[in-house]
Write a protein that binds this ligand. Structure first.
Ligand SMILES: Cc1ncc(COP(=O)(O)O)c(C=O)c1O
Length: 383
């Protein structure tokens, strides 16, 4: 039974070309980039080449790129680093109700342990925020606004540059979680106007355990991981060199193939939506489906209509899994938990509809026959 992998928003399969590029850095090229000898210098050169390449890819300066252990650490760095810088000065963060848990749990921790005030902007039924509500929420104590660039469950894309324009000259820092956007949306980080942006390697056919925090020049932030003087004394810890080598290859591949990736996944998304509409229109609701809305090209979130479909999504996932089809219920990072998706609840779904949702997400290696397999599988389960 061959695998139909439709869970690319949870993680992408590692591109075999990435694996190949990593192998020498797991083997012979084992040097520590902080060492002055030749073996270390070799790693240092590769590390700085990767920084230059990624900076060029997002249109930033190399000095604005900080390697982390993933998207989660990048979010923690941006949020806790800002909060610690502002301790005793300012104490208010604005964020949204549909952020990834790496943002929500971080601000909740700051609230409980340090008394930071948190305003959650409401998201409408499409997952969008209201700029006026954001403007009205700003106080003299606000030091950070954290709004995700694109949502990992719904695929909805926020208008980050309008938020940046609204915050211009206020001294308030703007952070955005771009983990799901990298490789799916074209952007220039300079044009988004953000101070901090988080990225992750394993959503772009690269290795897990490697992320980046972009810190715009002159944006105030404290060090978050203390230790050595790595990353220009802003993030301690020996760099994950083999993962960085894989990330470098993943970015080179995006440089060459991102246009075709976007075209392909958009086409697959459109085909799936048309199929779902024609074959299961009485059974499913496409979440956040806004005419003219801006979405990631690779994510489709659906809920089962409780009036017509009595199926537990966990049972559905298991049945699909037994047919070799991998999709996800809610966000992968919260799967295993029986809680309804906080994102779907935030956009107005009741517990039972929110719980009965699945996310289908495409990637570089999917083909139309994967959709045929999924539709066939769903039909068999519902027959
Ligand atoms: C939007 C978003 N932010 C952050 C993360 C966490 O990234 P990582 O798995 O690299 O820690 C994820 C992972 O699913 C995500 O989807």
């Amino acid at each position: 039974m061959s695998l139909i992998y439709l869970d690319n928003a949870a993680t992408t399969p590692i591109d075999p070309r990435v694996t190949e590029a990593m192998l020498p850095w797991i083997g012979d090229n084992f040097g520590n980039p902080s060492s002055v000898h030749e073996t270390g210098r070799k790693a240092k050169v590769m590390l700085e080449d990767t920084r230059d390449l990624f900076a060029e890819f997002i249109e930033a300066r190399p000095s604005e790129i900080y390697f982390t252990s993933g998207g989660t650490e990048a979010n923690n760095f941006a949020i806790k680093g800002s909060a610690f810088y502002n301790l005793g000065k300012k104490d208010h963060i604005i964020t949204t109700t549909i952020e990834h848990s790496a943002v929500i749990d971080t601000v909740e921790y700051l609230k409980i342990r340090f008394g930071v005030n948190v305003t959650y902007l409401r998201n409408n039924k499409y997952g969008e925020i209201d700029l006026k509500e954001l403007k009205d929420s700003v106080t003299d104590s606000t030091f950070l606004v954290s709004v995700m660039h694109s949502n990992n469950e719904l695929g909805v894309i926020n208008d980050i540059s309008s938020i940046a324009a609204l915050l211009k000259d206020t001294g308030i820092m703007l952070h955005t979680d771009m983990v799901q956007s990298l490789g799916k949306v074209k952007f220039s980080i300079e044009e988004t106007g953000v101070n901090f942006a988080s990225f992750s390697g394993h959503k772009i056919y690269g290795p897990k355990g490697l992320g980046v925090l972009y810190i715009k020049k002159d944006s105030p932030i404290d060090k978050f991981i203390h230790g050595g003087k790595q990353e220009r004394d802003r993030r301690g810890g020996t760099e994950n060199i083999s993962a960085i080598a894989g990330f470098k290859k993943a970015i080179e591949l995006l440089n060459a193939e991102m246009d075709s990736d976007i075209k392909k996944t958009s086409e697959l998304r459109n085909i799936l939506l048309a199929e779902l509409n024609s074959q299961f229109s009485d059974k499913i609701i496409v979440n956040s489906a806004k005419e003219g809305g801006v979405f990631l090209p690779n994510i489709v979130s659906i809920s089962f209509n409780p009036k017509t479909t009595k199926i537990d999504p966990d049972t559905l996932l298991i049945k699909l899994d037994m047919k070799g089809i991998a999709v996800s219920s809610g966000s992968a990072c919260t799967s295993g938990s029986v809680q309804p998706s906080h994102v779907l609840k935030a956009i107005g779904y009741d517990d039972s509809t929110a719980r009965s949702s699945i996310r289908i997400s495409f990637g570089r290696f999917n083909t139309e026959s994967d959709i045929e397999g999924l539709i066939k599988g769903l039909k068999e389960i519902f027959s």
